[in-house]
Design a protein around this ligand. Structure first.
Ligand code: GLC
Length: 420
């Protein structure tokens, strides 16, 4: 995977971000698409505007949670499918500054992000269930029919989108990525061109009105050894909703760690979502999950940053490898079945093997194991304290004096073309 060699390269350096789904739907606290999924008539949904008053919103508190999780960028839903805008746009009255709260929450978040060096990314939905010119004829995430009084008009709607993305790219400082949602299946090159002109260095995802710079597998991690193009997987802390849900079914910390580890070991980025409550705070349950992920992530972080996928070096599918300089990192995104694993066909002897989770040394030897009858000796990592590690993903660093030489001597080579 080639770097871009320009401002877009931040994407390869900041690997972990926080997705935030926040809007009117935090008030009923059921799902961010309640208007469509339950459904709820537009006439009822718009009444939420008068109830949305997030007086406890403090962008620094969000960023404390983000940084506690080891994350380095944030992606906020500026306009979700409901069409409600979280900034003081000049192009609709359906916006945060017309709630009792009255403040521009995107402007507040942008100020805090730029002050604290957290990269700001913006989510924007292509479907819109409120704007009179938007397209709602029962397509993907469209209402079955236009709202009474609407005048669907693609050209006018695209003009509206263009005006809004121009605001978003000119009023909030540097925007690091633009996350279009729900591909409209029409290519309108001027929209991405506008983003690039106003924000050189912006990364644009592949869900918009044209091809983008990175793909966004959602709620699952593809299998395989490495991504061949820039990728950012996204997942929420709960399995039912991205917006705040009072009665959410939360994923286990381990499930999220496994998903993060697999994505990053394959060279991808990870966007983990929380849905703040209607009062503007991140719920304690969500915050606890992020804190626990962060505790683990800090111990294993070095195995992803500036490292490149190296799983092509082994056949064992219990394990993924990354490589940085003279170290290989062995990742176990599935629970380890035994306290030792054989990384065939590697035959090079590391100087040291360290379990990053605890800092403890483990054993790494090139040897023949009895279950591999009459086989060649291979690198075996053993004495891994698996029962102490049942709630997190283990990552083991193998340090070599000269890894290229060791691989060459062992008859292998690191033909990895991934450049990180
Ligand atoms: C899907 C959902 C949407 C959510 C998004 C996050 O597209 O429809 O509600 O915002 O995934 O990637």
């Amino acid at each position: 995977m080639q770097r871009f060699n320009d401002g877009q390269d931040w994407f390869f350096e900041k690997r972990f971000g926080m997705f935030v789904h926040w809007g009117l739907y935090a008030v009923p606290a059921w799902h961010e698409q309640i208007q469509w999924r339950r459904p709820m008539a537009k006439a009822d949904y718009v009444k939420l505007v008068d109830q949305f008053n997030p007086t406890a919103f403090d962008p620094d508190a969000w960023l404390d949670v983000l940084q506690g999780a080891g994350m380095e960028y944030i992606c906020l839903t500026t306009k979700h499918h409901d069409g409600f805008c979280m900034w003081d746009t000049a192009f609709t009255d359906y916006k945060i500054t017309n709630t009792p709260y009255g403040k521009d929450v995107l402007a507040m978040l942008a100020e805090a992000c730029h002050r604290r060096g957290v990269r700001l990314c913006l989510y924007y939905s292509c479907p819109d269930w409120h704007h009179p010119n938007s397209i709602n004829f029962g397509g993907d995430h469209q209402l079955d029919q236009p709202n009474p009084g609407d005048e669907p008009d693609l050209l006018k709607y695209v003009a509206y989108v263009k005006s809004q993305i121009t605001e978003l790219c000119t009023q909030f400082g540097e925007i690091s990525a633009f996350f279009w949602d729900i591909p409209p299946k029409i290519n309108i090159p001027e929209l991405n061109a506008t983003l690039r002109e106003l924000q050189p260095g912006i990364m644009i995802n592949d869900r918009g009105f044209g091809p983008g710079d990175y793909s966004t597998p959602e709620r699952h991690v593809p299998t395989g050894k490495a991504f061949s193009s820039p990728t950012e997987a996204c997942q929420s802390v709960g399995r039912q909703s991205w917006g705040y849900r009072e009665d959410e079914d939360y994923f286990s910390d381990l499930h999220l760690m496994q998903s993060i580890d697999r994505t990053m070991a394959m060279g991808g980025n990870y966007l983990l979502n929380v849905g703040p409550k209607a009062d503007g705070t991140i719920d304690d349950g969500n915050a606890r999950i992020l804190a626990e992920i962060g505790r683990w992530f800090r111990t294993v972080r070095e195995s992803y940053y500036e490292a490149r996928p190296a799983s092509h070096l082994i056949k064992n599918d219990e394990c993924l490898l990354t490589r940085k300089e003279n170290s290989l990192y062995a990742h176990f995104p599935k629970p380890l079945m035994s306290s030792g694993v054989v990384l065939n066909p590697l035959t090079c002897q590391p100087r040291r093997a360290t379990l990053l989770n605890t800092g403890a040394e483990v054993r790494a030897t090139v040897e023949t194991v009895p279950s591999w009858c009459r086989s060649e000796p291979y690198l075996r990592i053993s004495r891994i304290p698996i029962n102490q590690l049942s709630t997190e993903v283990p990552v083991i660093r193998l340090d070599f004096d000269d890894l290229d030489q060791a691989l060459a001597n062992a008859g292998g080579q690191d033909g990895n073309e991934y450049i990180f």
